[in-house]
Ligand binder design. Structure first.
Ligand SMILES: Cc1ncc(COP(=O)(O)O)c(C=O)c1O
Length: 443
């Protein structure tokens, strides 16, 4: 009887256990509980206006200013329960199931975000906008489609304007840097043009900026020195571009037209369930007036005290630059080379991540050899090779005229499995693809 194969999971977008700083977090927790002021701050409801534990906001503002070359003020930042929870709050406060005309999502799209928009009553309003080769999105299509909705029969908002001071006409959801799933980065000219478009049509661009810090050169040169690894953002965020512009006439209160949704999930650990929103102060203030926060305080208050301790003395810079980036880069190189070796001869390969010279994040987006369908590949990989991969169609959006077929793609996560499994998993994947292609050939 053949030995059962050990599962290899390329679906999970979570860090390898060896990259989770349990010891450092335990020490930070001990410091919090050894200090009655910190311990009570952590164990109590947060102070109004519920933007979160101030020492964490202070350390974050220094960290983000350093990384992005921006100058963050405390009023720009509120602590959240992570990017997913923050998106829920953003939609509760700034969208309206009736008055918000459309949600535009990059296609392919991080699938879990779709459900959050649906939960906010926006089902039926989700449209895909194609991501292009260079990481930009199809702005011509986006503007043309937005304009069709610019003069809708006036929809009465469901939510009273006295409480909800701003409802955006459109929402645009993107992962502009090291996107999930494609790994692509949106170039600067597209970032600028998208901000201008959002201003013109009263849209809010919600940027999931959660992979920004996990970056490395896209050259697969083994000799690359750790000193050559970048430590600052290569491009301004969309919030930085928007913030540098005067407020638009359609936005008299100054909410702005972009926000940055950040998270500790990928740079510390997902279980901390803590992140931040970085936006114009009026928008940040509006989010902190969400009912769940006024009733229950800022989320993740206790963990926020521990993260503030953890971030002391530049720990996060050292952890990201000294541990995470070298580890993820090594895994990325290993897996990319394995894909090129195993699938290249069949006509498959890793989709190019764009022209910034940088790669990053957690995923490789693979174009399968012609004739191989992702849904079949994923099913057969699971059933015959104990290999889990994410099939391209699960990253589609409810598209209209731009319908894109993601069957030729699979997403592979290199963040979780051990290094040797990264190569073994790709070998298994290639075996499945070969079997499917042979099967499909007539005799
Ligand atoms: C693009 C993107 N946004 C958000 C999340 C989830 O973030 P959080 O853990 O902060 O809720 C993920 C996790 O995989 C992600 O890939």
């Amino acid at each position: 009887m053949s030995e059962e194969k050990k599962e290899i999971n390329f679906v999970w977008g979570k860090p390898a256990p060896s990259l989770i700083p349990t010891v450092e977090m335990a020490a930070a927790a001990q410091r919090v509980f050894a200090d009655p002021v910190m311990a009570i701050a952590g164990m109590q409801y947060s102070d109004s206006p519920h933007a979160g534990y101030n020492p964490l906001r202070q350390r974050l503002s220094a960290y983000l200013s350093d990384f992005y070359g921006s100058s963050e003020s405390l009023d720009d930042l509120s602590i959240t329960g992570g990017a997913s929870q923050a998106l829920t709050v953003i939609l509760q406060i700034l969208s309206d199931p009736a008055a918000t005309r459309a949600v535009w999502l990059t296609a392919p799209c991080f699938f879990a975000a779709r459900k959050i928009f649906e939960d906010a009553g926006l089902t039926g309003k989700l449209h895909g906008v194609n991501e292009l080769e260079d990481g930009s999105i199809d702005l011509e299509y986006l503007e043309r489609e937005m304009m069709k909705l610019d003069n809708p029969t006036l929809m009465r908002p469901c939510k009273p304007s006295s409480t909800y001071q701003k409802t955006y006409a459109h929402l645009i959801y993107i992962v502009p840097t090291f996107s999930n799933p494609s790994g692509k980065t949106m170039p600067l000219d597209c970032r600028r043009a998208l901000v201008n478009l959002a201003r013109k049509h009263d849209a809010l661009i919600i940027c999931d900026d959660i992979y920004d810090m996990l970056q490395w050169p896209s050259a697969t040169d083994d000799a690359m020195s750790i000193l050559a690894l970048p430590t600052t953002a290569p491009l301004p965020r969309l919030i930085d571009i928007d913030r540098a512009l005067p407020t638009h006439t359609n936005d008299p209160q100054g909410f702005g037209h972009a926000l940055s949704n950040g998270s500790f999930s990928k740079i510390v650990a997902p279980g901390v369930r803590t992140g931040w929103v970085d936006a114009r102060p009026t928008l940040v203030k509006a989010l902190t007036a969400c009912g769940a926060l006024t009733a229950g305080g800022c989320p993740s208050q206790l963990v926020a005290t521990m993260l503030a301790e953890l971030m002391d003395h530049g720990w996060l810079q050292k952890h990201v630059g000294g541990k995470l980036v070298p580890a993820y880069r090594k895994r990325w190189v290993l897996m990319k080379k394995a894909v090129e070796r195993e699938l290249g001869g069949l006509g498959g390969g890793v989709v190019d991540v764009g022209d910034t010279g940088l790669a990053g994040g957690y995923f490789l987006w693979i174009r399968l050899p012609e004739g191989a369908k992702a849904t079949d590949v994923a099913r057969m990989a699971r059933d015959t090779e104990a290999l889990m991969v994410s099939p391209g169609p699960s990253f589609g959006v409810a598209l209209e005229e731009q319908e894109t077929d993601f069957e030729p793609f699979v997403r592979l996560s290199f963040s979780y499995e051990d290094e040797e499994n990264l190569v073994e998993g790709v070998v298994r994947l290639a075996r499945v693809v070969r079997a499917l292609l042979n099967r499909d050939q007539p005799n």
